[in-house]
Each structure stands twice: as C-alpha cells, then as structure tokens.
Unconditional design. Sequence first.
Length: 333
Amino acid sequence: MRLLILVNSLDCLGENDSALGSAFGRLGWQVILGEINAIAADDYRYFTRGVPIPEKDEPYSPGSIAPGNRQTYFLDEFQLIWVLGSPQVRVYRDVMRMLWLASQQTPFVNSIEGLMFLNSKHAMGYLVPKENRAFSYISNDFSSLWERYQQAPDEWWVAKPPNSGCGQNVFLLPQNGPNVRTILQCLTGNTVAQSEMDYGGLGGFKAEYAILQKFIAEVGQGEKRIIVACGKVVAWHGRQGHPNDHRSNIIQGGTAISVDLNSNEIELAELIAQKLMGHGINFGALDMAYPYIIEFDLGFPGGLCETKQVSGVDRSDRVAELIIAHFKSHWSS
C-alpha cells in the first residue's frame, strides 16, 4: 500500500510530515513526501515531485530537508493521499481544484471540500454547539464592528482575522481600550484611509473581514490542544501563554505542558470530531478551554510532537491505525 503526503516544502519539513509518514511505514506502507505547490497534469492525470521516506523511524526532524532526488509521482498510483500543507496564494485555486478532481478517484485522509470550507473560523458556528463557543460578530465593515464593541463597553473582546493561524493578528481588546478603534480599522483593511489616499477608491476594493469575539475568561487558566483522528481523541497537551502575551500558541512563546482530559472534554472533542468526519475530515486539532472550543486546525495541525515531548508517548502510530482501519473498506470493495 502506498501513501502520498503532500507537504508545503521538501526543503523544510513540518512536524507531522515525518512522524505520520514514519508511522505508516512501521505498518508496512510505502510513503512518499510530495510537494503540494508542484501539482501538475499530464493529459489530466495529476502528478507531483516527491521523495520516499526511508524505512527507518523518525528519519527527519521539523525544519529538516528531505534528502534524495526529486522524482515524479502520479496521484492515481497511491491508495491514500494526505494533504498536510497549504498551496501558496498565487496557485491556491488551481492546486485545490486539481486535488479535488484527483480525489474523485483516490481517497484523501481529509477531503478537499472539508479543507476549503471548514478550515476557517467562520465554521465555528456550524461545527460547535452554541453553548460551547464564544459570541462572535463578523464583518468587513469597520463601523459595524466598532458599533458592536461600543454596545458593550464593559466587556473584554478579542479581534482577529477569520483565515489565519499561529496567533497572527489576534488582539485582546480591553474595556474602553484607547487603541480599539485603530485595531479594528487595521483588521478591516483601513478602508477609510485607503480611499482617501487612492482618491475615492481608485486603488480598488480594500475591505478585509475581521471577527470581534467575546473574551473567554477560562482561557486565562490555559488551553488544551486536542488531536482527533477518525472521530476519536488520540493526543493532547496543555498550553500556557507567555507571561507578556495573551496568546498561548507555541510559536508565539507559549509552553506545552502535560495535562489530563476529563470525560466531558473528551465527549465534546469527539462530538465535533464525528461531525467533521461527516464532511470527510478524519484528522485535525481542537483548542479547548472547557466548556469552550477556542479554535480548530484541520490543515496541518501541530500537537503530536508537543504531546510526545511532554508525555513521552508517541501517538502517531495510533493515528495511522485509525486511518487505515477507516479506509480499509474502500480498498477491499
């Protein structure tokens, strides 16, 4: 059996690329790491450049270069394809459309439809029960967001873009904060200033979407990153934010810590994981400050590496076992 893992770059591997590929290798699979931005077609037969993962445990570390000569691999020669990267903006639509067409013939661990439409903060209202998510107001109109903020001057809020990750441009807005107006203008594209500088809008459409979300006090106690596979919780760790930052993202100075999950947290995570499966998403991560879901990451979520660091247990084999079991019926039919 052959698995193709599509990654952002063969010259700078992500933390999941090697760990999950090696897990499938230990289960007898041949694993190829392929470049997602190199997808092309030969008479509408899709292929990419890639290299095989050596048959040994953990051959690479995050950030390392995948050695070996890049070769051509056709997507229809694999039994399973796993998108663990995101196409560059300039080629995003072309790549995702070609991958969707390829997925009509070969199964994908995470569906292209799910990655395109659910891997966004917009989907919180669809995936997460109302009692488990913070109130959010979404608009690309600065005045609407500013008015909503002013309606509750005694509330703390969070403002952020709906389609970014790793804590980018996530702002904590205090009560009657002096910079709130500026922050909301910035997040929505500074349309008033841009229009003035472009002489009435000659520079084109500038508005950008932003989310204004009520601050969840439970976040102050720390968040938990929970990895789910095929509807099951498989790995987790805690995240403590930097003392000088409200964000707990590891890349933003947060620290991974060992934590336990109680039955309520597992039940909520698996409820959402099973809903994701209904849209072809069989692997992802949730950020939880119970009873709230803060975020989710369905593309190439971190968490397995940190879980191994804090617990000493590698959960990647469990992920591979669940995914193989899930798709087994497809290959036997």
